[in-house]
Design a protein around this ligand. Structure first.
Ligand code: GLN
Length: 376
């Protein structure tokens, strides 16, 4: 018996494990390998000796909630009520799981845009609801006609991921206009906007659902400090939802985790006084440019990257292996780990594309690029 018969081990686990096994440079799973800001680790070290080791309030550490409200106001000019509209979660993963469990019912349909990150489908299935996977256009822009054709009275939720993992694509003003027009026709559909890479955008500015007046009363926006502060292992994120949805979300949250780990919340609250998350965009833009420059002489074709810390490349001119086999071969024969893009599609579509994570120190990027330039 299995409640999730089609779900296997996550590709991120598989590729990271294989990277370790073959001592390869791990550009597969998305996590930074450089040291965390000392000011943040100093705060943690100091806090560890203080009395911050017991449960915090269920919704989060109150000073952190207030500071996130200020961050959202400064970033998107949205005023939220932290007591009723904001919830600290154990990473974006728990925010997404909790939201879906709380709001999606048996036989509902949830639209997921492919290629899609792996944590949307399983929670939908666990609600005995149906994921409806709708392909993005070939250039990874949403196909709003196709999305509209997939909507019906059964559709409970549309999930968007902006900036987009794995393609690095970001949504435009016109995308939001199309989305708003579509949602006007379906007043009961809830939007779940996964914006964990919101501060990692480059030439174009990120447009957040927070800044779309027409969406606010029906939208859950998910963020992650793991991405914004280079601490993926801390698993601290948050979600914002209108009060009537938040009431339901909190009912699930209190029995899933009750409250999120105290020391990290208090540390992040202190750290928010010292830094601006908006600086992270410039930091990763330099990384992206450097990595792309290093790969110029390789046989890989670089796809555009507007945001996130992922670079998708085509290996079509190197091999006709399928992308999973190509990634395994790349680890074993060339010592670099990547993620096959077919795993982001419901039908496993193989486009000869793989994803590298460039959230690495320059020495790692240089060593990886040297190996990748030798791949023929
Ligand atoms: N989000 C990370 C990625 O895309 C993976 C996180 C995880 O391993 N679950 O690489």
């Amino acid at each position: 018996m299995s409640k999730l018969p089609h779900i296997g081990t996550s590709i991120f686990t598989i590729m990271s494990k294989m990277a370790t096994e073959y001592n390869a440079i791990n550009l597969s799973q998305g996590f930074p390998n450089f040291p965390v800001d000392e000011r943040l680790t100093d705060i943690v070290a100091k806090l560890a000796k203080e009395n911050v080791h017991q449960y915090l309030p269920m919704s989060g550490y109150p000073p952190l909630l207030s500071k996130i409200a200020v961050l959202i106001k400064n970033s998107y000019e949205r005023v939220i009520q932290p007591e009723t509209e904001l919830l600290i979660t154990a990473g974006a993963t728990q925010a997404i799981f909790t939201t879906i469990q709380a709001l999606v019912e048996t036989n509902d349909e949830v639209i997921i845009l492919d290629p899609s990150y792996d944590c949307y489908e399983a929670p939908v299935l666990l609600c005995s609801a149906n994921p409806v996977r709708v392909a993005l256009n070939d250039d990874y822009t949403p196909n709003w006609d196709r999305i509209e054709k997939s909507c019906s009275s059964k559709t409970k939720m549309i999930i968007i991921n902006n900036p987009h993992n794995p393609t690095g694509k970001i949504l435009t003003e016109s995308d939001f206009e199309s989305l708003e027009t579509l949602l006007e026709k379906y007043p009961d559909i809830i939007l779940l906007s996964d914006e964990v890479y919101e501060y990692i955008t480059f030439e174009q500015k990120h447009i957040s659902a927070h800044s779309r007046e027409k969406l606010l009363n029906r939208c859950v926006v998910v963020s992650s400090f793991g991405k914004s502060f280079h601490v993926t292992g801390w698993k601290v994120g948050y979600l914002v939802a209108p009060e009537y949805l938040m009431k339901e979300i909190k009912k699930v949250h209190q029995f899933l985790v009750f409250s999120v780990n105290s020391i990290c919340q208090v540390a992040i609250s202190g750290y928010l006084d010292l830094v601006s998350v908006t600086e992270i965009g410039n930091f990763y833009q330099e990384k992206r440019n450097y990595f792309r420059q290093l790969l110029k002489e390789s046989q890989f074709e670089l796809m555009p990257c507007e945001g996130t810390y992922f670079q998708v490349v085509s290996y079509a001119s190197i091999s006709d292996k399928n992308d999973v086999d190509f990634c395994k071969w790349l680890i074993i024969e060339h010592g670099v780990a990547a993620i096959p893009i077919s795993t982001f599609y419901a039908d496993g579509k193989d486009l000869k594309l793989i994803r590298f994570c460039f959230a690495k120190d320059n020495a790692t990027l240089e060593a990886a690029a040297k190996k990748l330039c030798a791949v023929q």
